[in-house]
Design a protein around this ligand. Structure first.
Ligand code: ASP
Length: 438
């Protein structure tokens, strides 16, 4: 039977009520057999995420400071779930052992991983499912990257398709067999690895929102949900600020051609956002969405006959490399070249870089402009259409937005415009209205 891998994030396992919702969701589709869980998240604003409390315990223990307060909060969260669901998962004894391990100098990664571990233990007991220990089958190589042998190793643990499996997210084992975690938010990656290992037909990512929206709802009133989006589009949108899920969670499933469905545990009837490798020929809109980020700095060096000066571009870009600053875009014209950098990235190095540009490149002029925002209009459909750029610039002109930078990648997957921070919101509103009107 074809299987679905369903990963439930922190808010979906925050308390017993959420566990009950998960059971209901699993009951709706018998293919949901491979379950990956995060550590319990916040139940309300103001409450700490369990993983953060675990990091606090580690930090305090290392400094020989008591960590009882944070530890009690952790223990009580798990005991409460166990009690509310009338389970007998042996949490009390395991918590005692864990406390001793912290005092004994357990590693940061081991301590942090226990949020997912206990969450997984409770979920397996609740569902009557088989618990799979990731430290035995999800491996990292010496460079700290996921070892592709994990797919077969985990796959072997998930072999019986009639069973339901629960796998804690967020961790595996390093090359020496010690518990190692992914980066924060990494249960998404575990879910992707499990989906590939189980040769699942779908990777569901259950969270507390019904998928992505075509624009930021803090700027655009009631933006439309993004029903269908390609991996390439999602990559562009998340790079430009639309928060989806962990970047590294895309590769394992994308390579295996497994679609991702972002769903809402609190609204299981909503279809959510489906991420696929190939979009159908006809989609509702030519664009997938609009995303953007504020606070970029633009360095422009102007020099007459620059286009004839061999090595100018290399030396200009090289200066940023020397200062350890990564760059985002470099719009150029005949006698000028600009480099766009996130303002946070360049920070207090701005003056030093400017001085180097003047000294080494001897340009006629250097200009540094900060407070710029970038906006990307993203959509594979744009490549097939004539007049997309016209629409973008008409909308911006009508909204009296001054466009400072224009950039379209050769893939025609996006059009990026740079505007002042102050006109960012107005630009997004105007673009959204124009691009979603037929
Ligand atoms: N619990 C981990 C974190 O808070 C991993 C995850 O939830 O994805 O980062």
């Amino acid at each position: 039977m074809a299987r679905i891998t369903s990963k439930f994030g922190g808010s979906s396992v925050a308390d017993a009520r959420q566990f009950l919702k998960i059971k209901d969701i699993l009951g709706r589709d018998a293919r949901r057999r491979v379950i990956v869980v995060s550590a319990p998240g916040k139940r309300h604003t103001g409450e700490a995420k369990l993983t953060d409390l675990l990091y606090q315990c580690h930090h305090a223990a290392r400094k020989n400071i008591p960590f009882d307060e944070a530890f009690s909060l952790i223990r009580d969260r798990f005991l409460e779930i166990e009690k509310d669901l009338s389970l007998n998962a042996g949490i009390v004894a395991e918590m005692e052992a864990f406390h001793a391990q912290i005092l004994d100098g357990a590693t940061k990664d081991f301590i942090a991983s226990r949020g997912e571990y206990f969450s997984g233990k409770l979920m397996a007991a609740f569902l009557g499912a088989t618990f799979v220990e990731p430290a035995e089958c999800v491996f990292f190589d010496r460079a700290g990257r996921l070892d592709p042998r994990s797919y077969d190793a985990l796959g072997a643990r998930l072999a019986d398709e009639t069973k339901t499996y629960v796998i804690p997210g967020f961790y595996g084992a390093d090359a020496d067999g010690h518990v190692k975690t992914f980066s924060r938010g990494g249960s998404d990656i575990s879910g992707a690895v499990a989906a590939r290992a189980a040769k699942a037909e779908l990777y569901e990512n259950w969270t507390d929102v019904s998928g992505l929206l075509m624009a930021d709802p803090r700027i655009v009133e009631n933006p439309r949900p993004l029903d269908l989006v390609s991996y390439r589009e999602i990559r562009e949108l998340s790079y430009m600020g639309a928060s989806v899920f962990h970047d590294e969670a895309i590769a394992p499933v994308r390579e295996a051609g497994i679609p991702i469905n972002i769903r809402n545990t609190n609204k299981p009837d909503d279809a959510g956002t489906l991420i696929v490798s190939k979009l159908p020929e006809v989609t509702l809109y030519d664009i997938a969405g609009i995303a953007g980020k504020k606070n970029f700095t633009l360095f422009t060096a102007e020099k007459t006959m620059m286009n004839k000066e061999v090595g100018f571009a290399r030396r200009f870009l090289g200066l940023f490399e020397t200062h350890g600053v990564s760059i985002e875009h470099c719009p150029t014209s005949i006698d000028s070249m600009s480099v766009l950098i996130s303002s946070e990235e360049i920070g207090d190095k701005t003056e030093a870089v400017r001085e180097d540009v003047l000294r080494i490149l001897q340009p006629d002029k250097v200009e540094v402009e900060s407070d710029l925002a970038l906006i990307a209009v993203v959509g594979e459909g744009m490549a097939r259409q004539v007049g997309m750029a016209a629409k973008v610039f008409k909308a911006l002109a009508e909204a009296k937005v001054n466009v400072r930078i224009i950039d379209q990648g050769a893939s025609e997957l996006n059009i990026i415009v740079g505007v002042s921070n102050a006109q960012y919101e107005a630009a997004i509103k105007a673009l959204y209205a124009e691009m979603t009107t037929k």
